[in-house]
Design a protein around this ligand. Structure first.
Ligand code: TRP
Ligand code: SF4
Length: 514
């Protein structure tokens, strides 16, 4: 993913870019992962980890730290239901060890049975980074060779590049109808100076994210760095706007927002308890009176009371409400037909009294798909920490000493590790006494993110020995450097074996210029 710090050369995002907390094309580092939880509602990965059957070591070591809605995918994995994984790579330079995290995440989901996609974001590289097509073709080949060498199964999965995928571009066009410039301005800091093609690359990425659901809706996870979260949020919104139907809960015929609904639900629960559980006995006016008596005054309370009073003697009855968002007349009629049990049909919604929310969601989606709509499930995401650069600071494709390219000579890889900054002390003596600081050490990260592989015990030993002062940086770096050289040699040999495989794949790596 973008471990990259280059500034986009079309000058976008411009206005307000400094105020953006996350800018996918910017150079800011993610300073504080915790603020991502609070500010943007990214959830902690810890919450879902216990339910993941065979978690990848990146999950076990909390390198994958956050997620959105990943539980959907975890549930699908556990129940042997279809799910998908997709990520994309901008071919702006050589693939490096930071990109291996995403390769691993994709391959792991593929091994868990997911329908897995990897794409080359060549339209984005061309428009947002200004790379020419020859460079793009060369880098695209390198990303794909590394992905295959790490174990991606191209027979089971799908590889594509944005520029030659017509279905993708058609989907991007459809999504563009639901997005407008003000929204891009707010999310990405785009301005009047921003290239039209850069904007197009944003809807193209949204289309990438929904692409696995073109044939049928399924839970889909997008493994990315947290810098890509704005794209995830936008796409989750666009996916909802593309739906023919929405499903919510309601308690009476009028519309209420989430906060009002919560108050009405509380009134209903309290009063129907008093009435011995007979739903029909609770009237809207009574609920209004209850709120007046029992709940602190607030704007929400006032609104709820007003609505309840207007509904008068209408009984308060919990129900599931189907909203007509963009449905055709035929689809709306078919949904009415498909709902079992008591229902009431209104102009733009249907209330159903005998089905639960989850079955309602499923039903709405089924009818939608049967009538030629997409029925998208909001895409999920998982977020991994960025590796620290070997020289400290951010790992960047444009600073060779900061990263190890997967194409680096094993000897160069060895040397880069040997000259890396560490979390060590001034002198060996001090280190023996105080211990090293593995949490601030890019060399320790190499072990945890890559070199220790699946061997948790090895990673833990390095950590403990460092923190305990038994491990000194010289020897530690030599050990890591040797291991890195072996890794590169091995990987590069596999890449050579994959050349033939790549040639036989249905992906055009010599793009015809427009
Ligand atoms: N924007 C991503 C990057 O900068 C690349 C990308 C394009 C992507 N389409 C995607 C990532 C879809 C995840 C999913 O690296
Ligand atoms: Fe880093 Fe190893 Fe030195 Fe510890 S001993 S600070 S892990 S280089």
């Amino acid at each position: 993913m973008t471990e990259d710090t280059d500034t986009p050369d079309d000058g976008a995002p411009t206005a307000g870019a400094d105020d953006l907390a996350i800018d996918p094309w910017g150079s800011s580092t993610i300073e504080d992962y915790r603020s991502l939880f609070e500010q943007f509602g990214i959830e902690e990965f810890d919450e879902v980890l216990p339910d993941v059957a065979h978690p990848h070591y990146l999950m076990r070591r909390a390198i994958i730290f956050g997620h959105r809605d990943y539980r959907r995918v975890v549930d699908a994995m556990r129940n042997d239901e279809p799910f998908a994984a997709l990520s994309g790579f901008m071919p702006t330079g050589e693939p490096h060890i930071g990109h291996k995290l995403v390769f691993d995440e994709l391959i792991w989901h593929q091994q868990q049975g997911g329908d897995t996609y990897a794409l080359i974001a060549d339209l984005e590289a061309h428009s947002a980074r200004g790379l020419d097509w020859d460079e793009i073709d060369e880098h695209a080949r390198d990303y794909l060779l590394s992905l295959l060498a790490f174990g991606f199964d191209p027979e089971a999965g799908t590889l594509y590049r944005q520029s030659t995928n017509r279905r993708l571009q058609d989907l991007a066009f459809e999504l563009g109808i639901e997005a407008n410039f003000s929204e891009f301005e707010a999310i990405y800091g785009f301005s009047g100076e921003t290239d039209v093609s850069h904007m197009q690359s944003v809807v193209t990425q949204a289309a990438d994210i929904l692409y696995p659901q073109l044939d049928e809706p399924k839970p889909t996870v997008i493994p990315v760095g947290p810098d890509q979260d704005p794209h995830i949020r936008l796409t989750r919104d666009l996916a909802a706007r593309m739906r023919a139907f929405g499903v919510t809960r309601a308690y009476a015929s009028f519309e209420a927002d989430d906060a009002e609904r919560e108050l009405i639900a509380a009134a209903h629960a309290a009063l129907s308890d008093e009435a011995g559980g007979e739903d029909d006995l609770v009237r809207c006016v009574e609920a209004a009176n209850w709120l007046e008596r029992e709940v602190e005054p607030s704007e929400t309370r006032a609104d709820a009371i007003r609505k309840l009073e207007a509904a008068g003697k209408e009984p308060v009855r919990p129900r599931v409400r189907f909203l007509d968002r963009n449905a055709s007349e035929e689809a709306f009629a078919a949904l009415i037909e498909a709902i079992d049990g008591e229902k009431r049909v209104f102009d733009e919604h249907i209330d159903a009294f005998e089905i639960d929310r989850a079955s309602a969601e499923e039903l709405a989606r089924e009818v939608e798909v049967a009538h030629g709509d997409f029925g998208f499930i909001p895409p999920s995401s998982i977020y991994h920490r960025f590796m620290t650069g070997l020289t400290g600071g951010k790992m960047s494709s444009s600073v060779p000493a900061s990263h190890i390219s997967l194409l680096d000579d094993p000897e160069d890889g060895y040397d880069k590790v040997r000259s890396a900054t560490t979390g060590g002390r001034e002198t060996a003596e001090e280190q023996r006494e105080l211990g090293g600081r593995p949490d601030q050490c890019p060399v320790y990260e190499l072990y945890a993110y890559l070199l220790a592989g699946d061997d948790d015990e090895y990673a833990q030993t390095v950590y403990d020995e460092c923190a305990g002062g038994e491990r000194l940086c010289g020897g530690c770096k030599t050990e890591a450097a040797e291991s890195m050289a072996d890794f590169l040699e091995d990987h590069q040999a596999r890449r050579e074996e994959m050349r033939e495989v790549l040639e036989d794949l249905d992906i055009d790596l010599d793009r015809q210029r427009p």
